[in-house]
Design a protein around this ligand. Sequence first.
Ligand code: PLP
Length: 384
Amino acid sequence: MLSVSKKSAAIPQSAIRKMAGAARGMENVISFAIGEPDFTTPGEIIQAGIKALEAGETHYTPNAGLPSLLEAVADNYKARGFEYEPSEVIITAGAMEALFLSMLAILDPGDEVIISNPYWTNYYGMILQVGAKPVLVNAYEKDGFMFDAEELRKAVNAKTKAILINSPANPTGGVASRKTLQDIAALAKEKDIFIISDEIYKHIIYTGEEYVSIASFAGMKERTIIIDGFSKAYAMTGWRIGYAAGPETVIKTMIKLQENVVSCVSAVAQNAAVAALTGSQKPVADMAAQYAKRRRLIIDGLNQMDKISCIEPKGAFYAFPNITKTGLTSEEFAMRLLNEKQVIVVPGNGFGPGGEGFIRVSYATSEENIRIGLKRMKEFVESL
Ligand code: PLP
């Protein structure tokens, strides 16, 4: 009897896909489930892609990526005070592939990777997929859903190979403070651990503070793999392009592995990405301003509902309200809200046991949709 591998059978299905599946065929649905900008890619970037195609940029590129894009990424880091050279950068099919290749490059079977609980589901699946073990460290609501070095220390052992930091975070919107990052950096140096720092939401922070990368601290560049991309900041999810920056030995290994996965990222997406990084950054700021307005609307709306409370997410475009007072599990809440009011949210337990008692509400959708969705959710909560 032919069967799929035990390893792949053990990979959980994403809760987001499950909810989308349940909503299939329903009409008049309002979705707060989507983790992608509702905006179209800014016009100048699209034009750069079209121009590249018309100029015959229809071929494979080097495994690492187009030299012009590697340089643009390195220059972008330099402008922010980092010292990355193009040889310390790889262009990947989304931040997703950068994450996957970084794990493939540094993890052996049995190695442990610490992730936050709640976590972005794909981290959990990817770590399993490369044969390593995800280890969960709780990130509590009272701490803005960010773990700290003391809690991390308890989970570190001889098998710990990496700590994965995601700030701003999906699914919670949590942002790590400079102090927390400094403490984690000290722990990583003391215990000789890699940091995988997923910085894909770095442009979307609401506190007015500047983004802090753990790689910027002394002695951290050599043990940090920064994961980033264009999907969220430039509304380029469908172009499938991202990158990693890190120690040259790790990046070189990722480039070698890239050959066996996708060989290289599409040339048209890479050309468009050069335009994204080197062109006007106004669209990025404009989109972030829109998210800020929507965030206000959604947090205020949620907090006006009886039995629901929502702390202020500091970044990304997700709210993670507490629903425990409704007496429903996160899955019951999400399924009933969908069936009774045709509103999709993601049950918190889809992001690990630490997400139980919460739902993820993405506000990467129009203000009109947010108003309608909140009204329906309020009616639902009142009916309980
Ligand atoms: N990292 C986080 C935390 C995300 O939320 C996402 C997408 O939802 C990604 C990475 C993937 O981004 P990309 O589209 O660049 O692969």
